[in-house]
Design a protein around this ligand. Structure first.
Ligand SMILES: NC(=O)c1ccc[n+]([C@@H]2O[C@H](COP(=O)([O-])OP(=O)(O)OC[C@H]3O[C@@H](n4cnc5c(N)ncnc54)[C@H](O)[C@@H]3O)[C@@H](O)[C@H]2O)c1
Ligand SMILES: O=C(O)C(=O)C[C@@H](O)[C@H](O)[C@H](O)COP(=O)(O)O
Ligand SMILES: [Zn+2]
Length: 361
C-alpha cells in the first residue's frame, strides 16, 4: 500500500492508496480519535456496488453505522440535497464526535464534506473516493461545496478530511466515460507541475485505459503527491493553489451554461485545458509543440477538445462568476511549458472570444 501525507500541522492526514483495502476501513477508522457514530453518505449506484462491504467493514469493529443516499448526478450537488442530509444527520443522532464517510465520486465527496464542515459547526470527515477523479483530486485538499444554479461550487468551505482511502479495486466498475473524465485532472497535474509525469501518461495510455494495477497505483499516487504539495503550501487558495484550477475557468463556465448536465466535470476541464493552451500560445507563452502535445494527450485519452452547439456569449457571461475573478478581472492559469504555469489576468476579451470561436466545433 502507498501512503501520501497531506502536511497541514494539526490538520495533517494520510491518503492510503492500494488494491483491495476497503475491508480494512474499520481498522483505519479505529486509529482516528473519533466517536462511535458514523454516517456513510453515498448514492444508489455506489451503494449497490460497495455499500454493504463498506458498512460491514466499519460496523464489524464496533462503530454504530447509518447510511444516507443522495440522488446520482451533478445537479443534485445542491442546497436542497444538503437540507435532506442535515435532516438525516439529526435523525440518526450524530453528535460532535461523529464521523461522516463519503463513499462515492466527487459529487458525493463535495456535498458530504460540506455537511461535515457545517453540521454542528464541523464534525469528523473521511473520504472513500470511488472514481478516478475523486481518487486523484476531489477527495484531497478539503474543498467542499454545493453548486449554485449560476455557478459551480459557489457555496462551500475549506474543510480537510481526517483520512482518505483510495482502493483501486472499485475503479473496475466505472463506466468508460467516467474513467476518461477523471484522467483530465491527471493530465492537469502533468501540465502544472511535472513534465516527467506528463511523459509517463503519454507512454502508458493503453495500460491506464485498461486499468492495469501498476500504472493506476502510480497515477493515483503521483497525482495525490502533487496535490498534497500544493495544498500544504497554500491550503486556502491565497496564491499557489489556484494552479489546481488549470482548465477550470472555461471548464466551469461550460458546466454552468449546460446546467451541469451535458459534460462530466472532467470533460469540461479537458476542453478548458485546450482553451488555456491556445490562450497561452496566442500570448506567446507556449510553443506550438507543447500546445499540440496537450491536445493530443487529451484526445488520446478519449476526451473532448472542442464544444458544440453553445452560445459563445453565454460562456463569456458565465466566466464572470469564476471564483478567481478579482475586482471584475478574470484570472487564467496558463502554461509556459509542460510542467510550469503562471497565473495571469493579462488577456484581452478579444483573446478569449477568438479562442472560444476556434473551440466552438
Ligand atoms: N473538491 C475538489 O477539490 C474537487 C476536485 C475535482 C472535482 N470536484 C468535483 O467532483 C465532481 C465530479 O466528480 P466525479 O467525476 O467523480 O463525478 P460523480 O461523483 O458524479 O461520479 C460519476 C459517476 O460514477 C458513478 N460511480 C462512482 N463510483 C463508481 C464506481 N466505483 N463504479 C461505478 N460507478 C461509480 C457515480 O454514481 C456517478 O454516476 C464535480 O462536482 C466536481 O466539481 C471537486
Ligand atoms: O483543489 C483545488 O484547489 C482545485 O481547484 C481542484 C479542482 O479540480 C476542482 O474542480 C475544484 O473543485 C475547483 O474549485 P473551485 O474553487 O474553482 O470551485
Ligand atoms: Zn476539477
Amino acid at each position: 500500500m502507498e501512503t501520501v501525507k497531506v502536511d497541514l500541522g494539526v490538520r495533517s492526514y494520510q491518503i492510503k492508496i492500494g488494491e483491495d483495502i476497503l475491508a480494512n476501513l474499520g481498522a483505519y477508522l479505529q486509529e482516528l480519535d473519533i466517536g462511535s457514530k458514523v454516517l456513510i453518505i453515498t448514492n444508489p449506484l455506489v451503494n449497490s456496488l460497495y455499500g454493504s462491504e463498506v458498512k460491514e467493514a466499519i460496523a464489524k469493529v464496533g462503530f454504530d453505522v447509518s447510511k444516507a443516499l443522495i440522488s446520482d448526478g451533478e445537479e443534485y450537488k445542491s442546497l436542497e440535497t444538503a437540507q435532506d442530509l442535515y435532516d438525516k444527520a439529526v435523525g440518526v443522532g450524530l453528535d460532535r464526535t461523529s464521523t461522516i464517510v463519503a463513499l462515492g465520486g466527487g459529487v458525493v465527496g463535495d456535498i458530504a464534506g460540506f455537511i461535515a464542515a457545517s453540521f454542528m459547526r464541523g464534525i469528523n470527515f473521511v473520504q472513500v473516493p470511488t472514481t478516478v477523479l475523486a481518487q486523484v483530486d476531489s477527495s484531497v485538499g478539503g474543498k467542499v461545496a454545493v453548486n449554485h444554479p449560476q455557478g459551480k461550487n459557489l457555496i462551500g468551505d475549506f474543510y480537510q478530511p481526517k483520512l482518505v482511502v483510495a482502493d483501486k479495486k472499485v475503479l473496475s466498475t466505472l463506466e468508460e466515460r467516467e474513467l476518461k473524465a477523471g484522467l483530465a485532472e491527471v493530465i492537469k497535474y502533468g501540465v502544472i507541475w511535472d513534465q516527467q509525469f506528463f511523459a509517463f501518461l503519454e507512454k502508458r495510455i493503453d495500460e491506464i485505459l485498461n486499468l492495469e494495477t501498476d500504472a493506476i497505483i502510480k497515477l493515483v499516487t503521483r497525482s495525490c503527491e502533487i496535490k498534497a504539495a500544493v495544498v500544504a503550501e497554500d491550503e486556502k487558495e491565497e496564491g499557489l493553489r489556484a494552479i489546481l484550477n488549470y482548465g477550470h475557468t472555461i471548464g466551469h463556465a461550460l458546466e454552468a451554461v449546460t446546467n451541469y448536465k451535458k459534460y462530466r466535470h472532467g470533460e469540461a476541464v479537458a476542453i478548458g485545458m485546450v482553451a488555456a493552451a491556445k490562450l497561452a500560445y496566442k500570448r506567446g507563452l507556449l510553443d506550438s509543440a507543447a500546445l499540440e502535445r496537450q491536445k493530443e494527450l487529451i484526445s488520446n485519452f478519449g476526451l473532448p477538445v472542442a464544444y458544440h452547439n453553445l452560445e459563445k456569449e453565454q460562456i463569456i457571461k458565465a466566466l464572470s462568476k469564476d471564483k478567481k475573478v478579482k475586482n471584475g478581472v478574470i484570472r487564467f492559469i496558463l502554461a509556459n511549458q509542460i510542467g510550469k504555469v503562471i497565473i495571469t489576468s493579462d488577456l484581452t476579451e478579444e483573446n478569449i472570444r477568438e479562442t472560444l470561436e476556434e473551440l466552438g466545433g
